[in-house]
Ligand binder design. Structure first.
Ligand code: UT7
Length: 332
């Protein structure tokens, strides 16, 4: 195990999901699908869709405010905000800057991370390194997505899978060694971006009447291939972080996996030889909230009393890119 002289700990967690519940039966009124198909193939029963006047930054602020409250600090103590999202309010400025203003946080470094569904776990690693550098003291890390506007409600293979929400943590440097974020890693393989992408709206295919007519502003996915890759990279990211930090999978108290498909999580559990009771899942209620999923699940698990001092947590995610990321946290 690598030994630390100072650590980065989780001071508080928070999450927010919009009020509007959309059930599988509701989706079956829009596309040719059924509650039975969605539940058995994915584990999803319902998801939340944000209101028209609720942007990603609003979801992020609600989760962030809850995390700050749980941390019990004055918001002026925060000097770094990173928002992980693939559905920013707009291409620029960053959603993190909008959160800075809406939450009234003076003098912070603020930027977004785009690593799709791996974004929250990627960002934990980035914030950890920035805090350990000594240049920052307290970071607000948020994963937030409003996926609903980029879903193609004429494509039953994708629109039933995703939902909106946000999860957040406040991180702080601590003098107690070997607690908090013990390590984090991220990986990528960009050789086939078309596996999961939003083709138009960027510099390659700028917005045009043609791109809109071709429905290129919506999320497109090769679900079968992503499924195969997800099982492989979630297993690899988990094994790699355990090896890097010198732990065995039997020592893990709780796994917070990215919530994309229960069959992917089942495969990960079998591969890692970790019983399903040690996984915290909420896919049934929220669907895949992309960069928000791990943060929401972490907050839920903590508030439900599933995380105790001294527990070893494995966070693991994968997403478009492809990207993958994992982190080990020893709860302080
Ligand atoms: O965060 C990362 C994001 N993405 C993922 O993690 C997704 C990973 N992939 C998956 O979760 C799964 O591949 C899906 C849930 C997307 C699809 O499950 P599958 O078991 O791989 O189904 P499939 O694509 O092989 O489709 C089986 C059948 C097809 O019909 P035929 O060709 O066998 O007649 C599909 O047309 O199911 C059909 N189908 C549907 N039927 C009812 C596909 N989507 C639906 C639907 N409702 N919503």
């Amino acid at each position: 195990m690598s030994s630390q002289t100072s650590s980065v700990i989780v001071l508080g967690t928070g999450s927010y999901v919009p009020d509007r519940i959309v059930t599988n039966d509701d989706m079956a009124k829009i596309v040719d699908t059924s509650d039975e198909w969605i539940r058995t193939r994915t584990g999803i029963s319902e998801r939340r869709f944000a209101a028209d006047d609720e942007a990603t930054s609003d979801l992020a602020c609600a989760a962030g405010a809850r995390a700050i409250e749980a941390a019990g600090i004055d918001r002026s103590e925060i000097d770094l905000i990173i928002v992980a999202t693939m559905t920013p309010d707009m291409p620029f400025p960053s959603t993190a800057c909008l959160v800075q203003s809406k939450l009234g946080l003076p003098n912070v470094c603020a930027f977004d991370v785009q690593a799709a569904c791996s974004g929250f776990v990627y960002t934990l690693g980035i914030a950890n390194a920035m805090l350990l550098s000594g240049n920052f003291n307290k970071a607000l890390v948020i994963g937030a997505e409003k996926t609903s506007p980029i879903l193609d409600f004429e494509d039953r293979t994708t629109c039933v899978l995703f939902g909106d929400g946000a999860g957040a943590v406040v991180l702080s440097r601590s003098d107690v060694p070997n607690v908090g974020i013990l390590g984090a890693l991220g990986g990528s393989d960009g050789s086939d971006p078309s596996l999961l992408h939003q083709p138009a709206g960027g510099s390659a295919i700028p917005s045009s009447t043609e791109s809109l007519a071709a429905r290129q502003h919506f999320l497109k996915m090769n679900g079968k291939e992503i499924f195969k890759q997800a099982v492989r990279v979630m297993g690899k990211a988990s094994a790699d972080i355990l090896e890097q930090q010198g732990f065995d999978s039997s020592e893990i108290d709780l796994v917070i996996p990215h919530q994309a498909n229960m069959r992917i999580i089942d495969s990960l559990a079998k591969r890692m030889k970790i019983p399903m009771e040690k996984f915290h899942n909420n896919l049934d209620r929220y669907g895949n909230t992309s960069a928000a999923s791990v943060g929401i699940a972490l907050d839920e698990a903590y508030r439900a009393g599933r995380i105790q001092s001294g527990d070893l947590l494995l966070l693991v995610a994968f997403g478009a890119g492809l990207t993958w990321a994992s982190a080990l946290i020893k709860w302080q």
